[in-house]
Design a protein around this ligand. Structure first.
Ligand code: SF4
Length: 437
């Protein structure tokens, strides 16, 4: 599971993760979300090892010359803290790191795009212990890699956001706002809302063409793009009042494919999302924990685990490249944001008062009397209709606002890591229609 900070790390473990990955400041992608100082990393490693679990440190930038010395100093410093391994991308830095500390455990980042068994053989010979496979591989390809190179560990992403480009091979963010995805500062600009515009011949013409009324008017006609020699493959370009989203990949969810991935030789399942909330981390960790435990116990896949996943914000889910090429099905043309499908994070418990049967809550999103809520613990989900809300001074109110503290009735004694979510609507598991080619 991703550990964007120490709090998320604790929730990930409480809700079932076996291992987490955390970024080393400035040498990790997702550098902006990172609050891990050296002191906090040391504490996080000790905390993890006391639980008997694993923590991997991510140092997966493609470095420019200026960063090499600092990178290697930082690598040695971090090695002394005794993490379970490092996640790296840059071949030169992997080579130098292994020369400095030959016993280091290095996992090859997905950013390195090791898409074939010959490349993976090369990394094994260099001394890399595990390959985090590119998201662009099918399960069939993973199987072949495992058959050809059985003596290296293979890890696969099973959940989370997907780049519209090969991971790490993207300059959209550099182009749009000078932030380099390969230095950990991607702004997800591929998902932004882009407006269609047409170049006009003069200022007057341009100004006259601008609609005067504020009301949205759809563009006329049906726009699409198609590579001139590609036969029949058409990418629809549409615009609504929010704009147009032509590069917005759906998110990966392979929770139903864990058995196939295990049979293909995958020994570790990985979830993306170091910038996601503790609610996301907890919900996804718990669902995958249950699915893995069922798999190992020989039980069939429980659809409730997929319903749980739908309780987190996403950009519409798909199985990526694992079963078939997603083509245009892999994009969400409607909407660039990640939104909650069935549930929304409502808050976390700060204190419990057994005498009144209430909990003092850090409320994260607005809830009101009459809402259907669910309390989440690492092992259970308990439903409750919200019948009372109090401010900390005891005043009764009808609405609790995000960012403030309120007291709510709770039907059980909550343990650490208990959180609350609001039910927005029932999860539907009806399959989306996929066009047959
Ligand atoms: S801009 Fe989009 S495709 Fe490019 S690295 Fe960032 S998330 Fe990936």
């Amino acid at each position: 599971m991703p550990a964007g900070n120490f709090e998320k790390l604790k929730y990930a473990f409480a809700y079932g993760a076996d291992a987490v990955y955390a970024g080393v400041p400035i040498f990790s992608l997702r550098a902006r979300e990172n609050d891990f100082t050296k002191g906090i990393i040391k504490e996080a490693i000790e905390y993890t090892h006391a639980l008997g679990k694993q923590i991997y440190l991510t140092m997966n930038i493609y470095a420019h010359n200026i960063k090499i010395d600092k990178f290697l100093d930082s690598f040695c410093e971090m090695s002394d803290l005794n993490p379970d391994g490092f996640i790296m991308t840059d071949p030169g830095l992997i080579n130098k790191s292994l020369k400095l500390r030959p016993k280091s455990v290095i996992h090859l980042s997905t950013q390195a795009n090791a898409t074939n068994w010959a490349t993976i053989e090369f990394w094994r010979d260099i001394g890399v212990q595990r390959i985090i496979l590119p998201r662009e591989l099918s399960i069939k390809e993973m199987t072949t890699i495992h058959e050809k190179v059985p003596d290296i560990e293979l890890e696969s992403f099973v959940h989370g956001a997907i780049c519209i480009a090969y991971s790490g091979r993207c300059l959209i963010s550099n182009y749009v706002n000078h932030r380099d995805a390969n230095q950990g500062t991607c702004t997800n600009s591929c998902r932004w809302e882009f407006d269609l515009s047409v170049e006009k011949g003069s200022l007057v013409e341009t100004e006259m063409a601008r609609p005067e009324e504020k009301e949205y008017k759809p563009i006329d006609g049906k726009y699409s793009i198609k590579e001139s020699k590609a036969d029949g493959q058409q990418f629809e370009l549409d615009e609504d009042e929010h704009g147009t989203y032509m590069m917005n990949s759906k998110d990966l969810c392979a929770i139903e494919l864990l058995g196939e991935l295990k049979d293909a030789g995958i020994c570790s399942f990985k979830v993306e999302g170091r910038s996601k909330t503790i609610y996301y981390v907890a919900t996804v960790a718990r669902a995958y924990r249950r699915a893995i435990d069922d798999l190992m116990a020989g039980k069939p896949f429980d659809k409730n685990n997929l319903r749980e996943i739908m309780a987190t914000a996403n950009r519409t889910l798909m199985t990526g490249f694992m079963k078939r090429r997603p083509d245009e099905y892999g994009e969400n043309f409607e909407d660039g944001v990640s939104s909650p499908l069935t549930h929304r994070f409502a808050g976390v418990v700060k204190e419990y008062d057994a005498a009144t049967g209430t909990a003092l809550m850090d409320v994260k999103n607005r809830i009101e009397i009459g809402d259907t809520l669910e309390w989440m613990t690492p092992t259970e989900t308990i439903s409750q209709k919200l019948e009372a809300i109090e401010k900390p001074n005891g005043e009764s109110v009808d609405v609790a606002h995000g960012g403030l503290t309120y007291r709510l009735p709770i039907p059980f004694e909550p343990g650490e890591y208990t959180m609350l979510r609001q039910v927005l609507r029932e999860a539907s598991l009806k399959p989306e229609l996929i066009p047959v080619k």
